[in-house]
Design a binder for this molecule. Structure first.
Ligand code: SAM
Length: 182
């Protein structure tokens, strides 16, 4: 499944990354890093940057470590953990990404607050989801604890928490991408 996610989410993540325009020496965290494909892309495209990953699942962490083994302990640290308690000090990261993962976070507003805590001033938070149709139960009826959020709802939550310059991009396939500045 993790191998499938690494290849199956490529188009979505390429589309999301196109709004980031990442350059230079950054410290990035990919939350819910899954099989580690997005970390691999960032480590490849940004040779001066650090790209770390965190994931709730032990299996994802092991797979992601395997995918990025060449960079581990150098420009990449991958840990098991929860978005609600990130092992980073206040205002220490330039970019936080979240691909196909917010559906599973136990408390979205608390998670957004935690991400805001670890981002530097002007740091960027990117969310990418394959769907924002809250009424489509195709997946939510099969996966316990999964919630699909509408783009406008996400935008309002981010605004309330104090993120700025929020961009909401919609793809014709129903994908959404939000970019928010801290
Ligand atoms: C559908 S997968 C997406 C993986 C990867 N981002 C991708 O796009 O291929 C969702 C991932 O989010 C992780 N996850 C779910 N809840 C989490 C939480 N509270 N904190 C951190 N990771 C979480 C899951 O363990 C899983 O690996």
């Amino acid at each position: 499944m993790l191998k499938g996610m690494n290849s199956g989410h490529t188009q979505l993540s390429e589309w999301g990354f196109s709004y980031l325009n990442l350059k230079g020496k950054l410290h990035i965290l990919d939350v819910g890093c899954g099989g580690g494909a997005n970390l691999a892309k960032m480590l490849r495209d940004l040779p001066e940057s650090i790209a770390d990953g965190i994931d709730y699942s032990e299996e994802s962490v092991a797979f992601s470590k395997k995918t990025n083994s060449a960079h581990l302990g150098k420009r990449c640290t991958i840990r098991q953990g929860n978005v609600l308690s990130l092992p980073y000090s206040d205002h220490s990261l330039d970019v936080v990404t979240a691909f196909e993962t917010i559906y599973f976070w136990p408390s979205l507003d608390k998670a957004f607050e935690e991400i805001k805590r670890v981002l530097k001033a002007n740091g960027v938070f990117l969310i990418c989801c394959e769907s924002d149709d809250a009424e489509d139960t195709t997946w939510t009826s099969r996966i316990d604890g999964m919630t699909v959020y509408q783009g406008e709802d996400l935008k309002n939550r981010l605004l309330k928490i104090g993120f700025q310059n929020i961009e909401l991009h919609m793809h014709k396939k129903g994908w959404i991408c939000l970019k928010a500045v801290c």
